[in-house]
Write a protein that binds this ligand. Structure first.
Ligand SMILES: *[C@@H]1O[C@H](CO)[C@@H](O)[C@H](O)[C@H]1NC(C)=O
Length: 401
């Protein structure tokens, strides 16, 4: 099956007779659109996506005068009719297949409709709205409105919720970093924050990324206000506060570049080992899985590393999976991406203690990748138009085989 964007000219050619023009704001093109393809005077037919072109007032098109829809190269799409969360649970033996989301996207009704389909997604993670800068922007002032929206969405959809996160070096409120607090004060600040945020969502959260990204890629402790003052004791402080606040939530430490063996994975193993030895509450390691097409470790390497974590007596989850490529998309890159998704999913399937997989949003339309990695993107299983890509079939195959 091919993903084909039909040009307006081609659509027009298929029409037997001339049809009335569309009014301003009306539809004027898109796949399977058989209505008018020209616009009334004062408006311009403007390509929005392959399913929808719209008559925009001249002023709104930024001076565009073209009425020609963009024709993109044909790219393969996903063809599986199976549903990701259903297959993750039934054939994969997992708790869920999930997606991150974020509050600004929730105005996109087509996006929300797919996100809310719990045969596709059995779990959601708020991308930003439970982070420190969002929840305690000034000391002692907590704001949960945005996070509550995501929690309510998950509840209404019958989806598990992953809290994200209690403490991270990034998106930390500036009052914490700029406050010149001593170690005693920082311990208290961290206790108050984790305790308040986790207790607010107590009973609604399956798992919490209590500590996010504690290590550098070489396995050294990442420097920031809490580790600088407290060393890795801050990890214990956060975990203990979270456990007290919600005894039923699974408490995780979450990081990237710990997919296969290496200095960073070893640092995480050593940390979890020491936490376990000290009786500190720790239930899971989150393996983010921000990966690159064609550079994904082998299934054997992934499984060996996943099992090194689960051997410590913790569960694991793939928490932020995306597999990016250097743009533009090509059929070959999409085929490699399909293979790469299948590899990661099948590695999780092979490890009993890998409880689920979360992608870091489901559509390229809202992926963080292009904004951070210049020239890269197309990292997710649904494209900009919410059409499934070959990667979708890779996910299904990974849970199935
Ligand atoms: C740390 O800061 C707090 C608050 O400013 C202060 O009361 C306390 O004495 C300080 N502790 C040390 C050990 O300096």
């Amino acid at each position: 099956m091919l993903r084909i964007s039909v040009s307006l000219a081609a659509v027009l050619a298929l029409l037997p007779t001339a049809i009335a023009q569309s009014d301003v704001w009306g539809q004027c093109g898109g796949q399977e659109w058989l209505g008018p393809t020209t616009c009334v005077s004062g408006s311009v037919c403007t390509f929005q996506n392959s399913f929808y072109s719209q008559c925009l007032p001249n002023a709104a098109t930024g001076g565009a005068t073209t009425t020609t829809a963009t024709t993109v190269a044909s790219l393969p799409t996903g063809t599986s009719t199976a549903k990701t969360n259903t297959v993750a649970k039934t054939l994969g033996g997992k708790l869920y297949f999930g997606s991150a989301t974020d509050n600004p996207e929730l105005t996109d009704t087509a996006y929300v409709a797919t996100l809310s389909d719990n045969t596709l997604f059995g779990q959601i993670t708020p991308g930003n709205s439970m982070k420190w800068d969002a929840t305690e922007p000034s000391q002692g002032t907590f704001t949960f409105a945005a996070g509550d929206v995501i929690a309510a969405l998950a509840k209404n959809n019958g989806q598990l919720l992953r809290g994200h996160n209690c403490v991270w070096y990034n998106q930390l409120a500036s009052w914490v970093t700029a406050g010149n607090f001593n170690a005693t004060a920082l311990t208290s600040i961290l206790q108050t924050h984790c305790s308040t945020v986790v207790s607010h969502y107590a009973g609604q959260v399956y798992s919490w990324d209590v500590v996010n990204e504690p290590f550098n890629d070489d396995g050294t402790v990442r420097a920031f206000v809490f580790s600088n003052a407290l060393g890795l004791a801050y990890v214990t402080t956060a975990l203990v506060a979270a456990r007290a606040a919600d005894p039923k939530a699974k408490l995780y430490i979450n990081d990237y570049n710990i997919d296969s063996a290496g200095a960073k994975a070893t640092a995480m193993i050593n940390l979890v080992t020491s936490l376990k030895a000290a009786g500190t509450p720790i239930d899971g390691v989150g393996i983010q899985g921000h990966l690159i097409v064609g550079e994904v470790p082998s299934k054997a390497a992934l499984v060996a590393n996943y099992e090194a974590f689960t051997a410590l007596g913790v569960e694991i989850a793939i928490t932020e999976l995306d597999i990016r490529m250097t743009l533009p998309e090509t059929p070959a890159l999409l085929a490699q991406q399909q293979t790469d998704y299948q590899t990661v999913i099948s590695a999780c399937k092979a490890v009993a203690g890998c409880v689920g997989v979360t992608i870091w949003d489901y559509t390229d339309k809202y992926s963080w990748i292009p904004g951070v990695f210049s020239g890269q993107g197309a990292a997710l299983p649904w494209d900009d138009n919410l059409v499934r890509k070959p990667a979708y079939d890779g996910i299904i195959a990974g849970f199935t085989n």
